[in-house]
Ligand binder design. Structure first.
Ligand SMILES: *[C@@H]1O[C@H](CO)[C@@H](O)[C@H](O)[C@H]1NC(C)=O
Ligand SMILES: *[C@@H]1O[C@H](CO)[C@@H](O)[C@H](O)[C@H]1NC(C)=O
Ligand SMILES: *[C@@H]1O[C@H](CO)[C@@H](O)[C@H](O)[C@H]1NC(C)=O
Ligand SMILES: *[C@@H]1O[C@H](CO)[C@@H](O)[C@H](O)[C@H]1NC(C)=O
Ligand SMILES: *[C@@H]1O[C@H](CO)[C@@H](O)[C@H](O)[C@H]1NC(C)=O
Ligand SMILES: *[C@@H]1O[C@H](CO)[C@@H](O)[C@H](O)[C@H]1NC(C)=O
Ligand SMILES: *[C@@H]1O[C@H](CO)[C@@H](O)[C@H](O)[C@H]1NC(C)=O
Ligand SMILES: *[C@@H]1O[C@H](CO)[C@@H](O)[C@H](O)[C@H]1NC(C)=O
Ligand SMILES: *[C@@H]1O[C@H](CO)[C@@H](O)[C@H](O)[C@H]1NC(C)=O
Length: 885
């Protein structure tokens, strides 16, 4: 007979109900206070009924500063403005902070256990429950280390209290989430209960989240797929027990349910792993978004006792049937395949919020932008976020490269003197192991995972690699594991990464990408770009003071607080600003500077993605590129494709043109035109027209090419060496490439402004972050361009599907009534009352350049605001409202 335990129903002050075994709830809110403000024994503060009327109240997990923002101690608008963040020193972040919550539990008679689950606390914590310390910071250590503690013996009938003492984080000493040169560091270093803390009620036998693997290896969807579901079971009781594990797999359309079960004998106080198989006869395959649909199966699983009583229920878990492989090609570059097809990675580096505040709606907008740009992957450099991120990526068909971070404790192995972290000691290996176990368990079933990088700038030493690999194996990790994001070295258990980390991170000219060394388009670039991502003026004014704005354009070498921290090479926009002045002429106003910056940003991102696309199946293929970076942790002046307020600008639309699924691109170096196809199936005849005009509108060249397109391939279709002679010093030309298939709407329309002579790169004097230019391209003639007359109109589109989902679509037609080109037309959509730009905003194209007499039709979709006004700015001219039709 199992002995009788006190067991519980959680009636709860907060929203929770833990009535049946298997029920699990997250602590919904916390009282937060500094240890400075609290006197007396901490254990006593973890007794019920302590007086916390002087404590802050937060409604979700948060870092200390995140919590203080929620409690209105700080104001985000204020904190993000100018250098205000640098003045934050109070309250004291050098002392531990307390997170406390009470809940009520009622007893009932059965053999049940109350478990506490953590998912990482920054960076370490003591945990008290009802006056007893149940965990110490020697164990609960590391921002990603999750543990389960048995609270059962300490449960009180009625009110219970949980208290977590979170110790201040040091990026040098602790396994945390650091920022290096991304942005200023948060004053609290991200300390606190940043992830959920859960209470779980279980019977004598608990079961873990299921881990799911399949034997699917290719895109042969016709044959059956064997699904293996594994779960860890643990007997908390003092008697052995025969437990039945029962599960069901629901098909994505809920048409079918596959049931399976297994009886397991489990001795007292032991654990075991159970593995169950089910065969899916007509599997529905999960695809990355550009290639197909995202059918998701789900698995439910529970364990029951001989009496029939359920002892635990696993969280319902989604999975997708798909297969990811990575391999080194003959050039030792890594190449991925998904479902048997070469997967050309077009990615960008993701940044969480500077205070680690997680907002699923904001994340959905960010991921929608990723897909809208035409990218297929995000890289999380040591910022693994919350499990909801992976659910969202699964549903949206976005691939995720996860991994550990560089440049602090995470890479401070004995061999690595480049890391500023304190060298790993014995205990650190245990934290790293626990972190890997936890993150692998969280990510395991998600079809969106492309790879886990166990190192970033450097590779783990042998002992760390052993532990990482054993953790991944014990979590049935089904995806590639890669030694690092660079080629500096690798541990003996893993092959070379095949990923290059050779820069650039700061400005380089567009023809850089068509070179043949460093970050140019060959192999796999794990983090690289021209550093661009200048917000438009509407956003800049939200976070820069008048003085900052003045500095931005008039002091090209000055530091900016909204860049990397001081003393780093990315604290100024010096390299970019020098190139801007040399290529486009020095800006004489803020408006002119921002306009020219957008032009530079657009050129930079378009060329990077185009070059990697054009060479996707070259002799040495460009197998993938991760733009550094996608977004920023706070309002920033660099390394982003859209700004913190979710406004897209030049960098966004350059990337969006460059990453088009079917596209036609110009190689600045070889002066040739490439046809690009990222689709899985599109074939057939394609028509390409090529026109070059002078800035006065005179036609200089016209070509038409008819060719066949092939999936997942690119090819050169035309050489136009005569461009070199058609453009003379000080003149510029406009090159328009149009790609069409059978339908009248072109598949791609792409306009370049070309100098007589390209920028000249000094490759031999490259730094890790840039390659210098000895002679700059001369675009100063653009400033002499006469303003073209552009007639625009905007009409609301009645789109039933869009309206039902709360979307507003507007069609904008632009017609150039002049005989000269209309350069770089920026469209925006604003709220008519506040004149604020609406975001997020999905333009099919923007910053377009029209040829003489040319007419284009653009569509914009917004999610919020049914009232709108479209505004237009031609070149560096004045913004004007577009008349609604
Ligand atoms: C809690 O403390 C506050 C002041 O610190 C006091 O005003 C309040 O009466 C106390 N509440 C209880 C229930 O003791
Ligand atoms: C935050 O500060 C801004 C300006 O400094 C102000 O407009 C806004 O109302 C403040 N918000 C809150 C919630 O106090
Ligand atoms: C379950 O499926 C896996 C993968 O196909 C296979 O290796 C294993 O032998 C199967 N086990 C059983 C019991 O059928
Ligand atoms: C996977 O397992 C199923 C069922 O056992 C089998 O029919 C199928 O051929 C296997 N597929 C592969 C690729 O081994
Ligand atoms: C699990 O799958 C079934 C069948 O498709 C569906 O009805 C149910 O909503 C799914 N549950 C979740 C939480 O997605
Ligand atoms: C499972 O049992 C083994 C010893 O048999 C122990 O080392 C391990 O920590 C247990 N696992 C868990 C999750 O309790
Ligand atoms: C996947 O399917 C395509 C055709 O749809 C075929 O060309 C390709 O060879 C298949 N790949 C594998 C690995 O089966
Ligand atoms: C890339 O693929 C295209 C289309 O199949 C082909 O014409 C071209 O020769 C390939 N490039 C190389 C370098 O093999
Ligand atoms: C227009 O520019 C071209 C190329 O610079 C030049 O040859 C031509 O004379 C110009 N035409 C006029 C009317 O200025």
């Amino acid at each position: 007979m199992p002995s009788l335990h006190l067991a519980l129903i959680l009636l709860s002050a907060t929203v929770m109900a833990l009535q049946n075994p298997g029920a699990q709830v997250s602590i919904a809110g916390w009282h937060l206070q500094s240890t400075h403000a609290v006197t007396g024994d901490l254990a006593a503060w973890s007794l019920p009924h302590a007086n916390v009327s002087k404590w802050y109240r937060i409604s979700r997990p948060a870092t200390v500063l995140g919590g203080l923002l929620e409690s209105n101690v700080y104001n985000e608008t204020y904190l993000f403005y100018s250098d205000h963040l640098s003045g934050v020193s109070k309250p004291d972040f050098s002392v531990p902070w307390l997170y406390r919550e009470e809940f009520s539990l009622s007893p009932f008679l059965a053999e049940q256990y109350l478990l506490l689950k953590t998912h990482g606390i920054s960076s370490k914590a003591d945990i008290f429950f009802n006056g007893i310390q149940i965990a110490s910071s020697d164990i609960q250590k590391g921002s990603y280390a999750g543990y389960t503690y048995d609270l059962t013996r300490h449960v009180l009938v009625g009110q219970n209290a949980l208290l977590i003492k979170a110790y201040p984080t040091s990026y040098r000493d602790d396994f945390a989430l650091g920022w290096v040169d991304w942005n200023p560091h948060p004053p609290d270093s991200g300390t606190g209960v940043w992830r959920n803390v859960e209470l779980k009620l279980t019977g004598p036998v608990s079961i873990s989240s299921p881990r799911i693997t399949t034997n699917f290896t290719s895109n042969q969807s016709a044959s059956p797929v064997e699904v293996t579901v594994k779960t860890d079971i643990q007997n908390y009781g003092d008697s052995s027990v025969d437990v039945t594990i029962r599960g069901s797999i629901h098909s994505p359309d809920s048409a079918k349910t596959l049931d399976f079960s297994q009886l397991v004998h489990l001795p007292a106080r032991t654990n075991s792993t159970v593995s169950l198989n089910a065969t899916i006869k007509d599997p529905q395959i999960w695809w990355p978004a550009t290639w197909g649909a995202q059918p998701l199966y789900n698995v439910s699983l529970n364990a029951s006792l001989p009496s029939g009583a359920v002892t635990d229920v696993a969280p319902l878990t989604n999975f997708g049937i798909r297969h990811v492989v990575s391999a080194l090609n003959s050039h030792n570059d890594v190449a991925f395949t998904v479902n048997g097809h070469p997967f050309h990675v077009r990615g960008a580096g993701y940044a969480p919020d500077i205070f680690l505040r997680f907002d699923i709606k904001r994340l959905e907008n960010i991921f929608q932008y990723v897909l809208d740009i035409g990218l297929n992957t995000v890289r999380l450099e040591g910022k693994q976020e919350h499990s909801e991120l992976y659910d969202l990526a699964d549903r949206m068909g976005l691939m995720v490269i996860a991994g550990w971070e560089c440049c602090d404790k995470w890479e401070a192995w004995a061999y690595n003197d480049d890391s500023p972290g304190t060298k790993w000691q014995n205990q650190d290996y245990a934290i790293a192991h626990a972190s890997m176990l936890h993150e692998a368990e969280m990510m395991q079933p998600h079809p969106s995972l492309l790879a886990f990088l166990v190192g970033s700038d450097y590779w783990p030493d042998e002992r760390a690699t052993d532990l990482y690999l054993s953790a991944l194996r014990s979590m049935d990790w089904p995806n590639p594991v890669i030694a690092s994001a660079s080629m500096r070295g690798h541990p003996s258990q893993l092959p070379p990464s095949g990923m290059k980390m050779d820069g650039p991170y700061d400005w380089v000219p567009p023809n850089y990408w068509y070179g043949d060394s460093l970050g140019a388009a060959f192999g796999f670039g794990s983090e690289q770009g021209a550093g661009v991502g200048t917000p438009e003026l509407s956003s800049l004014k939200k976070f820069l003071s008048d003085a900052d704005l003045k500095t931005l354009w008039s002091s090209p070498n000055a530091g900016q607080y909204h860049l990397a921290p001081e003393n780093g090479v990315f604290h100024t926009r010096k390299i970019f600003n020098n190139a801007l002045a040399k290529r486009y002429g020095p800006a004489k106003t803020l408006e002119e500077y921002v306009f020219k910056a957008q032009v530079m940003d657009y050129e930079a991102t378009r060329a990077e993605f185009e070059a990697f696309a054009a060479r996707q199946n070259a002799t040495r293929p460009a197998t993938g590129v991760v733009y550094w970076m996608l977004n920023s942790a706070w309002p920033s002046l660099h390394w982003q494709l859209f700004d913190y307020y979710l406004q897209p600008a030049g960098a966004f639309f350059g990337a969006k043109v460059g990453a088009r699924k079917e596209h036609v691109a110009f190689d600045y170096e070889s002066r040739s035109v490439y046809l690009i196809n990222h689709s899985l199936k599109s074939t057939g005849t394609r028509y390409i027209t090529v026109d070059l005009i002078a800035s006065n509108g005179t036609q200089l060249l016209h070509h038409e090419v008819t060719t066949e397109t092939a999936p997942l391939a690119s090819k050169e279709v035309l050489q136009i060496p005569e461009i070199a002679t058609l453009l003379t010093a000080k003149t510029i030309g406009f090159l328009r490439l149009i790609l069409s298939g059978t339908s009248p709407e072109p598949l791609s329309r792409n306009v370049y402004w070309l100098p007589a002579q390209n920028d000249v790169l000094d490759w031999d004097n490259s730094e890790w972050y840039t390659t210098p230019v000895t002679t700059f391209a001369d675009f100063t003639a653009l400033s002499a361009l006469k303003p073209a007359t552009v007639v625009a109109s905007a009409t609301a589109l009645v789109d039933d599907a869009a309206q039902e989902s709360g979307l507003t679509s507007v069609e904008v037609t632009l017609e150039n009534h002049s005989d000269i080109p209309a350069f770089f037309i920026r469209l925006a959509i604003v709220d008519p009352k506040t004149r604020e730009e609406i975001a997020p905003v999905f333009w099919d194209d923007n910053y377009v350049t029209l040829f003489p007499r040319e007419k284009v039709r653009l569509v914009v979709v917004v999610r919020e605001g049914s009232q709108w006004v479209v505004t237009m700015r031609v070149g560096g001219g004045k913004e004007q409202d577009v008349k609604p039709k």
